[in-house]
Design a protein around this ligand. Structure first.
Ligand code: ZN
Length: 268
């Protein structure tokens, strides 16, 4: 990923996605919005205790920066599960307005103009784009979603429903908690240690039975095992917990924090 600046708003992007000229996308930072206090300043979460009017203005600014109409966004309540939902032109506006999409951690579509949104603040946003079949997806991969392989499930879903060849799919892992900061106890580490391919990405135990898990490397491994070309995987994110000036972090800030969002939309 790299950071670009649009109207004084830093946005994380995946250069391979930009090069196609076929999608608008980006992951927000906390800079460039109107919220204050713990939500300073570009909070995009409607259920974090921030004023709704502030969040709407922040959404307006972020979607403007991406060149995506605010009313075209679609999002859902996320539950750290692996349920994915296909969305259509008729779903535009759900989330900002009334929505029947719930308990969903991944959205996908082949319809231009439908802007998929996923929220995060340490969890990894995974964005997908198949420039051949012109299909996009956005998934939410926290440690639970990573252990449950939502990345693989997303690739398989695109393959089943649209005939996407995994070798054509571009993927990006966005800003999220890094191996520097994702410390956990034995039960969570055990979820990763039980997969032999992931053992190298778990360090520990240290001290009082603490471990560190490299969720970035696990997600990259999952995507490679799902058939993606390693050259098509952008997995060089920055750590949300280490970069307080740029990102919200659930680990660092606890419940009193804003939310970041990743958005992707087919432009043609
Ligand atoms: Zn860190």
């Amino acid at each position: 990923m790299e950071l670009i600046t649009h109207n004084n708003m830093p946005i994380a992007v995946f250069p391979r996605f930009l090069e196609t000229g076929l999608v608008s996308h980006g992951i927000s930072t906390r800079a460039g919005g109107v919220s204050s206090g713990a939500w300073e300043s570009l909070n995009l979460g409607f259920h974090r205790g921030d004023d709704r009017s502030n969040v709407m203005e922040n959404f307006r600014r972020f979607t403007d920066a991406l060149g995506v109409p605010l009313q075209n966004t679609v999002f859902s309540a996320q539950t750290h599960g692996t349920y994915l939902r296909r969305v259509y032109d008729s779903d535009k506006g759900k989330g900002i307005g009334p929505s029947d999409i719930s308990q969903t951690d991944g959205l996908y579509t082949n319809e231009p103009g439908v802007a998929l949104v996923t929220f995060c603040a340490d969890c990894a946003p995974l964005l997908f784009f198949d420039p051949v079949k012109k299909v996009i997806a956005a998934s939410h991969s926290g440690w639970r979603g990573t252990a449950a392989q939502i990345g693989r499930i997303t690739v398989e879903t695109l393959n089943n429903e649209f005939g996407c060849n995994p070798k054509d799919i571009l993927a990006g892992v966005g800003p999220s908690i890094g191996p520097c900061c994702f410390e956990t106890d034995a039960p969570v580490a055990g979820e990763f240690l039980k997969n032999p391919a992931w053992v190298p990405y778990v360090k520990g135990p240290y001290g009082a039975d603490k471990y560190k898990v490299d969720l970035w490397r696990v997600n990259k491994q999952i995507l490679e095992d799902a058939g993606l070309d390693p050259r098509h995987i952008d997995c060089e994110p920055v750590c949300t917990r280490c970069n307080e000036n740029l990102f919200y972090s659930h680990r660092r800030d606890g419940g009193k924090r804003g939310s970041l969002a990743a958005i992707i939309c087919l432009t043609a």
